[in-house]
Design a protein around this ligand. Structure first.
Ligand SMILES: Nc1ncnc2c1ncn2[C@@H]1O[C@H](COP(=O)(O)OP(=O)(O)OP(=O)(O)O)[C@@H](O)[C@H]1O
Length: 221
């Protein structure tokens, strides 16, 4: 069920030179890979490429051995902010992946799972930042994706809400088989969530740490 990724000699950019080059990376099925790096190091760029939103200039990106050529409902994305459709209620935002796949619109269990029961009919602007990220989490998982790509999803939240969301994420991921790539600039978040931690810098992946410590990550950053 969970997806594996393989990047082989990947070069990524936006038409004016490479942002990342020579990227070789394997992500195992069911793994949670945290990606850290300073601002501008290319974390979002890497994630966009895994999502199929950005094609490499060179090299290959494979998902379960198949080249990634565009987006797929198998690979759900969660953004830091503005990931929801502002004119749709909580329920109708969460239903979206099911509508696209013409599946039954059975979302109540996920809305309850993320702690939003009773708020189904609210619009995103009527929710707190943390609640909006709960909606994104439910929407990402409701269709049973094989991978979830998360771009600093808790980066704009206060410390307590962020800690609550990290706990919720670890909890709900136990019920899914999804592979997760989680981008953050927060070393502690990467340590808490990641099975492994990839450190980006100087246009590439500096290292992938299997048993990461705070000191080791800070050394590499
Ligand atoms: N759409 C775009 N068009 C042109 N250049 C871009 C685009 N998106 C990002 N870049 C450039 O690519 C580089 C890497 O950006 P990216 O957003 O991947 O970094 P990041 O590590 O996610 O940063 P942050 O932590 O600040 O979000 C930056 O130099 C940025 O200016």
């Amino acid at each position: 069920m969970s997806l594996s990724f393989r990047l082989d000699g990947v070069r990524l950019g936006y038409g004016h030179g490479a942002v990342l080059d020579g990227i070789d990376l394997d992500v195992a099925p069911g793994e949670l890979l945290a990606v850290v790096g300073s601002s501008g190091s290319g974390k979002s760029t890497l994630l966009r490429a895994l999502a199929g939103l950005l094609q490499p200039y060179q090299g290959k990106i494979l998902a379960d051995g198949e080249e990634v050529r565009g987006t797929s409902p198998d690979r759900a994305m969660i953004f830091q902010e503005d990931g929801l459709l502002p004119w749709r209620t909580v329920r109708r935002n969460v239903e979206l992946p099911l509508r696209i796949r013409r599946k039954p619109l059975d979302v109540s269990a996920w809305i309850e799972r993320v702690g939003l029961a009773g708020r189904e009919d609210r619009l995103p602007r009527e929710l707190s930042g943390g609640q909006r990220q709960r909606v994104q989490l439910a929407r990402a998982l409701v269709g049973g994706p094989r991978a979830v790509l998360m771009d600093e999803p808790f980066g704009a939240l206060d410390a307590q809400t962020r800690a609550d969301m990290q706990r919720l994420l670890l909890d709900v991921l136990r019920d899914t088989a999804a592979t997760v790539v989680f981008v953050t600039h927060d070393v502690d978040e990467a340590l808490l969530l990641g099975d492994r931690v990839a450190v980006l810098g100087r246009g590439g992946i500096k290292t992938v740490l299997t048993s990461a410590t705070r000191e080791r990550i800070l050394e590499e950053l």
